[in-house]
Design a protein around this ligand. Structure first.
Ligand code: MN
Length: 240
């Protein structure tokens, strides 16, 4: 049996091709999996579980169908959909995981993360991250009318795109020391994350011991999945 991992689908109404591919994935491959882990940025933006956007209804239904077939679905917040809350989790019967989180797959421990917390060279981004992950800030946002939140999300998205365009590409990637420190602290030798949209399998050493980091890709041009069975994890793309 296989455990599946995906991240960075960035689903939005303007990109129905990605949603179609993901819904098909939920109805086919995922239906035969041990579990599905979604490691953040499932949605391009999320302003609160009360958003009645019809596009989200289809995705929620797809997740709920999978959960009802007794396939556990785990979700970790990304930097776009960190406002997904308890109502969404209840509606879809998914389990929200903390970031990072240690789990064991086929007898091997792995540290799961969205990945943005390790982009420590981007000081400006980390300041925004700290603010927006504060429960008090989130409560303040959720108290605003939906329209105001949607307008804010649009602004934040534009600002984030401008920022990404302005910074050095190395700064936007994860910091290797931050990764190694996290693995050391967790006493785990493998990390699986997304966020950077740089799918790859990295091998390195920590204190003389072999260690690794698997990076999931985004779903813009094709899907990206880690399939983990008895033979270990494999990073694959999913053609449309
Ligand atoms: Mn991200």
């Amino acid at each position: 049996m296989t455990t599946l991992f995906v991240s960075d689908l960035h689903l939005e109404a303007d990109r129905p091709d990605i949603a179609d591919q993901f819904l098909k994935f939920l109805e086919t491959e995922a239906l035969h999996a041990d579990a599905l882990y979604i490691l953040g940025d499932l949605f391009e933006s999320w302003v609160g579980d009360d958003d009645p956007n019809e596009h989200y209804a289809w995705i929620k239904q797809g997740l709920r169908k999978l959960s009802r077939k007794n396939i556990p679905v785990f979700f970790m917040h990304g930097n776009r959909d960190f406002m997904i809350g308890a109502d969404f989790a209840a509606e879809t019967a998914i389990t929200i995981l903390p970031d990072p989180c240690i789990t064991e797959i086929h007898g091997q421990k792995v540290l799961l993360s969205h990945g943005d917390a390790y982009c420590t060279d981007d000081v400006e981004y980390q300041a925004v991250r700290k603010m927006t992950r504060d429960p008090q800030w989130q409560a303040m946002m959720l108290a605003k009318p939906l329209e105001e939140r949607l307008a804010f999300a649009e602004q934040a998205r534009a600002a984030s795109q401008a920022h990404s365009g302005n910074i050095d590409q190395n700064i936007a990637d994860v910091n290797q020391n931050a990764i190694e420190n996290a693995l050391r602290e967790a006493e785990v030798s493998l990390m699986l994350h997304g966020h950077t949209h740089r799918p790859a399998v990295h091998e390195f050493e920590i204190d003389g011991q072999p260690a690794g980091r698997i990076v999931l890709g985004d779903w813009y041009e094709h899907g990206s999945v880690v399939r983990w069975d008895d033979d270990g994890p494999a990073l694959n793309s999913l053609e449309r």
